[in-house]
Design a protein. Structure first.
Length: 341
């Protein structure tokens, strides 16, 4: 759960959604604080859109509660929904309306006061850069401009919270950059939640990341903190011109290696070595290789990236296969060995 002392705008408690025997969202709990851009990250089918639909009151939860600024989305829907601007993955656009006609209609739905409507329409169209398109039929707009019109309707009434479901899906690279920049700008005056399965998008835009897998919240923090937490160890991937028994004997003399996996390959041996994140054993490895006359053919150092974190946290939960056990002939954990001693 994210909590850094800010004002809580959304509180989700034990949210669950079932479709028959399938649980799309499982006992989800988190808080959204004022003034940040949040990324809801997960693979397709993880439950992102279902979660957003429940937060906005578009669909009802099987169990659990959603509070928007203290208002229950189901018990006080009008008060709660006033706080939210929502852009679904497929924007709800009326294709035979002009841009201005559609946004005027959206303003009426949001109960914008007649005396404020004209100025608000002009401000929002200028903000999302569609003023020149206001007289055009929506059906004649490009995908990028249709997305901007969808954002404009979400902004109507100036809600505190913007919820954007896959806001850049289907756009070309230039349009994606433009929409990302627009969202970053909106984050200065609004709290934004956007869902995506695109890692670079979330990393570029968001202050906080929530990763959902199989309907469950598996991580919640800043991109930087997630990388630090997951980088609990260094990993060296090496290939030696020696037999697996020679490599194992040599590596066992280096106490800083916490865990190693040795895989014999044709004419050489691969070793995957794990050490603490603040330990560098490359010099010691070099000297050991000289002593054992064990040439190094390849060495690469690996730290956890956001992509690694995403893949690890969203991977299917399966028991290790016997095939994998056979391939990894040697595996030791020196910490465990020391405890047993």
């Amino acid at each position: 759960m994210i909590s850094k002392g800010g004002v809580t705008l959304i509180e989700v408690k034990n949210l669950t959604k079932r479709y028959g025997n399938h649980e799309a969202v499982k006992d989800l709990s988190f808080r959204i604080e004022e003034g940040k851009i949040y990324g809801l990250l997960g693979p397709n089918g993880a439950g992102k859109s279902t979660t957003m639909n429940m937060i906005t009151g578009y669909i009802a939860a099987t169990s659990g509660t959603v509070l928007i600024n203290g208002h229950d989305i189901l018990e006080e829907p009008e008060q709660a929904k006033k706080q939210i601007g929502y852009l679904p993955e497929l924007p709800p656009l009326y294709q035979d309306m002009t841009v201005l006609e559609y946004l005027d209609f959206a303003a009426d739905l949001k109960k914008v006061k007649p005396g404020e409507k004209k100025e608000m329409l002009e401000e929002i169209m200028a903000l999302v850069q569609i003023s020149d398109m206001k007289g055009r039929l929506i059906k004649n707009l490009s995908k990028g401009y249709k997305q901007r019109v969808g954002l404009a309707q979400a902004l109507m009434g100036y809600p505190q919270i913007l919820i954007l479901d896959e806001p850049t899906v289907g756009l070309d690279p230039k349009q994606i950059i433009e929409i990302r920049d627009l969202i970053k700008g909106l984050g200065k005056n609004h709290t934004v939640i956007l869902s995506s399965h695109i890692l670079s998008e979330v990393s570029a835009i968001c202050d906080e990341i929530m990763i959902i897998a199989n309907g469950e919240l598996v991580a919640s923090d800043t991109p930087e903190s997630l990388e630090k937490k997951m980088a609990g160890e260094n990993t060296l991937d090496m290939v030696f011109a020696a037999s697996d028994s020679e490599v194992k004997k040599m590596l066992e003399e280096i106490p800083e290696i916490q865990e190693m996996e040795i895989v014999p390959e044709e004419g050489e041996t691969r070793a995957i070595l794990h050490t603490a994140s603040d330990v560098d054993i490359r010099k010691e490895l070099f000297h050991a290789c000289v002593r054992y006359n064990c040439p190094i053919l390849q060495m690469s150092n690996h730290h956890a990236s956001l992509e690694d974190i995403f893949l690890e946290l969203t991977a299917p939960r399966e028991p290790a296969s016997q095939g994998k056990e056979k391939k990894s002939l040697f595996r030791k954990n020196k910490k465990q060995e020391q405890k047993q001693d």
